[in-house]
Ligand binder design. Structure first.
Ligand SMILES: [Mg+2]
Ligand SMILES: [Zn+2]
Length: 209
């Protein structure tokens, strides 16, 4: 691993509205604050990497080429607003849904950390100073499993996930609790990025990182 920092961003419910297995470009609805969030990440020198479970492929709602088109369109929409998305990593699998080669247990579907670890290897990332932001506890867990700090945001499924945390329903396994417990909870992706940038400033004087 190298010393490049990344901010890993979930896609649905984090950058764009959660519509349930999005398969058409015309259904892309970018959260307005996500544009500013990505611009701030760009200015910080960190990479902006989208990390997304896309079992829609295993389910046959779209194929990998069509998903590539969706991501190219999303990237262009951000670019037009001065915001650079540096890369997309997706998991096309599902352990049960579908009936083809995508139907399998894999190590990339969040909460597994495979996509983040692959990005770290390909882009020489320093995970200890990188962050994962998402609206599901599975995003938080994937970030922690990859050695990052993780933030939960209240958009998308976030409010519902907060209730799960409050009710202690994640405490069935003692080991899993810290993995799913966010390092910070923010209203949305922009407030999450603002919080991350403050952490960086606070760590600088005399920091060993
Ligand atoms: Mg999500
Ligand atoms: Zn996978």
């Amino acid at each position: 691993m190298g010393n490049q920092r990344a901010i890993f961003l979930d896609r649905d419910g984090t950058l764009i509205e959660e519509v349930g297995h999005l398969s058409r470009i015309e259904d892309l609805r970018i959260y307005p604050e996500a544009l500013e969030a990505v611009r701030k990440i760009n200015q910080s020198g960190a990479l902006t990497l989208v990390i997304t479970n896309q079992s829609a492929i295993a389910r046959g709602f779209l194929n990998e080429e069509e998903l590539g088109d969706v991501h190219a369109s999303l990237q262009e929409d951000f670019r037009r607003e001065g915001a650079r998305i540096d890369g997309f990593y997706y998991c096309p699998h599902h352990p049960a849904a579908g009936a083809g080669t995508y139907t399998q247990e894999c190590n990339c579907r969040k909460p597994q950390p495979g996509m983040l670890i692959r990005a770290a290897r390909e882009l020489q990332l320093e995970m200890a100073t990188s962050y994962m932001i998402g609206d599901r506890l599975g995003d938080v867990e994937a970030g922690h499993r990859a050695g990052c700090r993780s933030l939960l945001i209240k958009t998308g499924y976030g409010e519902g996930e907060l209730q799960v945390l409050d009710q202690g329903e994640v405490s069935a396994s003692l080991e899993e609790v810290p993995l799913q417990r966010p390092d910070h909870i923010a209203e949305n992706v922009l407030e999450a990025v603002d919080w991350i940038m403050e952490q960086k400033l606070e760590r600088q004087p005399g920091s060993t990182h």
